[in-house]
Write a protein that binds this ligand. Sequence first.
Ligand code: ATP
Ligand code: MG
Length: 418
Amino acid sequence: MQTIRGFRDILPEKISLWQKVEKEATHLFKSFGFKEIRIPIIEKTQLFARSIGEVTDIVEKEMYTFEDRKGDKLTLRPEATASIVRSYIQHKMYATDPIRKFYMVGPMFRRERPQKGRYRQFYQIDAEIFGVESAYVDSQLIFLLNQLFKRLGLTGLSAHINSLGCPECRPSFQKVLLDFIESKKDMLCENCLRRMDKNPLRILDCKIENCRNAIAHAPATLDHLCNECSDHFNTVKKALETQGVDFIVDKSLVRGLDYYTRTAWEIQTTTLGAQSAVAGGGRYDGLVKELGGPQTPAIGFAIGFDRLVEVMEQIDKIPEPLPLDLFIISLGDTAMEKGYHWSCELNQKGIRTEIDFRGKSLKALMKRADKLAARYVLIAGENELIENAIILRNMNTKEQVSLSMEDMIPELIKIFKK
Ligand code: ATP
Ligand code: MG
């Protein structure tokens, strides 16, 4: 049996970078006042269709959707924002305190063409802030991402930012855009032609080369912002500058989800080939209302955890695992029983101890101790038990001492807790 296409195991030998990233990220989130939220892996299909947008790549082509035994249409979550918004509304969080900051880490599912940096089950580190419209929040989130990448020792990343406008300025922009697209109609793919009526903004996100060429000089939202959106974006830029966060204003950045308004951004790397975005985010001031809650401004980002780890693998050595402190060799039934209790006690005290229960010979077990790179070995056979002198061997210096059973545990703790 093999994993299915686009799904993979992350094996213990590779896990330490994942743990390092998660530890840094959660540490940083907490100092910025975020709280962890855990959301289901499956939701009603409706939730994603309505929030991400019916006419988007994710909803049209990438979702794992199925009917359960009762015929309910369900989907494996392709992203976290929709579920977190659902949760915010379902639990009426706006009523007790509309300002909320959440983070979550977990798997997402999209049926895309698998390749390096693109999987069908992938992981995201996600953060969302509800209830604040201020542009300082936008720059605060980009600053946070910048800090995280700095702490992880990553360089060569750039923040691409854009403003997508709001319901105030979008209709007039769409007109200008449609006029432009009309003139390029012959060059567009079937998908884009279909999108002309339903969702012309999506054409700006088409990955097909002919379409990309056609829209190369398309009008940009940034040149058609209303005054408020324009002021908002200027404040974001200024706040980033004052904090020394480098960014590139990228008029062509539109992002693949419909719910974004105003600021949208991507953190890109030059080292992962085509899969260049390691994180993406944006403001979605209309989504809470759209899904049935009160008008609530909100903003968030998602880091592509798999891609981030791949960038780190290029610069960071996978840290060596901690060595085993003690390997217990018990020879004979009575010694095995004692050894079992000693190991439980030491494990409980946080000392990395292993015991081999297979009843192998001393020679075989010494070999195993070498393989496990144990620092010390404890040897207990029938004689050692009778004489109450258990052997402790330092595998480095080859020195041996004997310990009485009463003193043994405190002695070992003394050695290993140093
Ligand atoms: P892309 O343009 O690379 O398809 P996206 O815009 O679809 O990315 P988002 O929905 O913004 O991605 O998700 C945020 C981040 O999650 C991306 O920047 C990326 O790092 C990561 N990501 C998205 N899809 C995948 C995938 N299939 N496999 C691995 N990581 C992914
Ligand atoms: Mg995508």
